[in-house]
Design a protein around this ligand. Structure first.
Ligand code: GCB
Length: 604
């Protein structure tokens, strides 16, 4: 899906700002044909939860309503008018002047609808009913329950089957944009690169709605000079002396697509793209033919007040902090991030592992992984209990559709910490991996991020992945405070993975220890800043011994908000930065390490 931009033929208006808001107590029915009966307001884009001082609103599980009035200039009324939500978390019913215009389920991908037929003269009213409910059919997975209170009112509850707060609302920009009535619908870009010849054939497919005489594609380099051009809806455009998109050395070409009729340019869209090659070969992860080493983080879209809502200043700051630390990459744990963040990573040369919102596919979710220390089979009925196959297919489709052209995306993560070791896992995942391979025009590698119980012996899905991505907490959830034993366990497991799958690169996508900023211990006790640093040093030492170990993405970039839990004091404290983005002690050690590790060729 194309991102809304202004071009010679398109105008983007934004409907962000302060909207009317209310929670739906499900007592009196709400009629979207009438103005909302509320005095409450909420800023968009943002989560609603942290903008209020009312506990009932902050912790509300169920339905909420948003409303905004808007006008459209007369001069635009002959254009096709499209209303686009960057995301609406997690399920949305959209009404214009009381009539349902569209519906979308899934809280982390955009959706849009043509609204010309819904508009009235003068003021229009846009009303959105949202649900933040999650259950065993949705992604993420929630444990849903309900009961009637003393007054007979329905009370709904979602217990997150994952470790982050169930923020909800209109999290990303709401745009109203125009296109001509006949328009460019989609553009797919897949560069094929001959690294030796320094040449690329860029395959560009253009989908149009309407009858055009010609579709012209012109490629411009960063200086604005024409690099190549072609005519057609499925073209292969050669670029000589190609400037590669490199990690931390981004180079973006622009594909200007013009749809022409009767000699006139009707619609124009400009898509930026990078030319880079990604391959997995002989236990290495190659970018542009060189073995790449991932240094970086698992993150969250999580900031004060905005909650999970877009916060572009924080996005810029986070990337600056990453670069300063010598990091080159992150994973969009545990859901697709905003379009705006993906566009920023393209520009900044940040390498991204792009993850679906498939988190919580694990029947027995708790922070307790001590079953690892018991012998014998782990009982797990995840794949009988979860009914998420349909939602999972949808999120794979929507993620790849939205992000397929991004140079920053080098790998798709199909799920985080699913019960890949349990009976039924392979049957569940195989069709999803096949689908992703079929859909991605750039054939990026795929991974499935592994929970600790997915050991080399127990896991059932490793034949499906290109890269073995591990979340490991030796020295934290197990062997707490005992880094010596943790080191042995870490080494043993990594050696076993490498022996069993010598051709698959291995990386850590999570490892970390909760750390209370400002808490120090002469003995390096758990929760102290000393322990966090010692924990990372121990892990680094083992990583450097494993030949096929191609990257370290720690958990987490910053402290973040979670659901309530006796192991969480105002959230998860595994950040190397606090939620304010102040560094903890370990940031200095990691920064020294990462700044001395080259992006390429670290593991020979
Ligand atoms: C994990 C999860 C992540 C949690 C983390 C933790 O394995 O993937 O969502 O936040 O552990 O800190 O427990």
């Amino acid at each position: 899906m194309l991102y809304p931009i202004d071009t010679e033929s398109r105008v983007v208006l934004n409907l962000n700002g302060v909207w009317n808001f209310m929670i739906d107590k499900e007592v009196d029915p709400i009629d979207p044909a009438e103005p909302l009966p509320t005095k409450e307001v909420m800023a968009v884009p943002a989560s609603f939860n942290d903008q209020t001082v009312t506990k009932e609103i902050r912790e509300h599980s169920g339905f909420t309503w948003y409303e905004k009035e808007f006008k459209v200039a007369k001069s635009l009324l002959d254009e096709r008018l499209v209303l686009r939500f960057g995301s609406a978390t997690h399920e949305a019913w959209v009404y214009i002047n009381g009539k349902e215009a569209t519906y979308h389920k899934g809280g982390f991908t955009p959706f849009e609808v043509e609204i010309n037929d819904f508009l009235e003269n003068g003021t229009n009213r846009l009303t959105v009913r949202l649900s933040n409910l999650l259950d065993h059919t949705t992604l993420p997975v929630g444990n849903y329950s309900e009961y009637r209170d003393e007054a007979g009112n329905l009370v709904r509850k979602v217990d997150e089957n994952f470790d982050f707060f169930n923020y909800a609302g209109l999290h990303r920009p709401v745009h109203l944009y125009t296109t001509p009535k006949e328009y460019i619908e989609d553009i797919t870009i897949a560069p094929e690169i001959d690294l030796n010849a320094n040449h690329a054939d860029v395959k560009i497919d253009v989908k149009t709605a309407g009858g055009f005489d010609e579709v012209r594609v012109t490629i411009f380099d960063e200086a604005g000079n024409e690099a190549a051009n072609a005519s057609g809806t499925a073209v292969s455009v050669p670029i000589e002396d190609v400037n590669l998109w490199q990690p931390l050395g981004a180079y973006l070409y622009e594909a200007k697509v013009e749809a022409i009729k009767n000699g006139e340019t009707v619609d124009v869209y400009e898509e930026h793209f990078g030319v880079r090659k990604v391959e997995v070969k002989a236990g290495k992860f190659l970018i542009n033919g060189e073995p790449f080493y991932f240094k970086g983080f698992g993150k969250h879209e999580d900031t004060y007040v905005n909650g999970r809502g877009l916060n572009e200043a924080y996005n810029v700051l986070d990337i600056n902090l990453m670069k300063k630390m010598g990091a080159n990459s992150f994973r969009t744990s545990h859901y697709p991030y905003s379009d705006e963040m993906m566009r920023l990573c393209d520009r900044e040369g940040i390498v991204v592992i792009d993850e679906t919102p498939a988190v919580g596919l694990f029947g027995a979710f708790s922070f307790d992984v001590s079953i690892l220390e018991s012998d014998g089979e782990i009982e797990d009925s995840t794949w009988e209990d979860m009914k998420t196959a349909e939602a999972h297919e949808q999120v794979v489709r929507e993620l790849i559709d939205r992000d397929k052209n991004h140079a920053c995306v080098v790998m798709w993560s199909i799920a985080n910490e699913a019960a890949t070791y349990a009976d039924g896992a392979h049957e569940y995942f195989e069709p999803l991996f096949n689908l992703a391979r079929e859909l991605d025009p750039q054939n990026r590698p795929l991974t499935n991020v592994y929970i600790m119980m997915a050991t080399p012996q127990a896991d059932k899905c490793t034949d499906l992945v290109d890269v073995i991505a591990l979340n490991r907490y030796y020295g934290w959830y197990v062997q707490t405070g005992d880094l010596k034993t943790a080191e042995e366990k870490t080494r043993k497991e990594l050696q076993e993975w490498q022996e069993k799958y010598p051709d698959k690169p291995i990386m850590y996508t999570e490892y970390g220890a909760d750390t209370v900023a400002g808490f120090h211990s002469a003995y390096g006790e758990p929760f102290s800043e000393e322990y966090q640093e010692d924990y990372y040093k121990m892990n680094s030492k083992v990583f450097d011994e494993i030949d096929n170990f191609v990257g370290e993405q720690l958990w987490n970039f910053a402290d973040f908000q979670t659901k309530f839990g006796i192991q969480r004091v105002q959230g998860n404290k595994k950040g190397v930065f606090t939620r304010e983005r102040e560094p903890k002690m370990a940031a200095r050690y990691l920064s020294e390490r990462w700044n001395s590790i080259p992006d390429f060729g670290y593991k020979k």
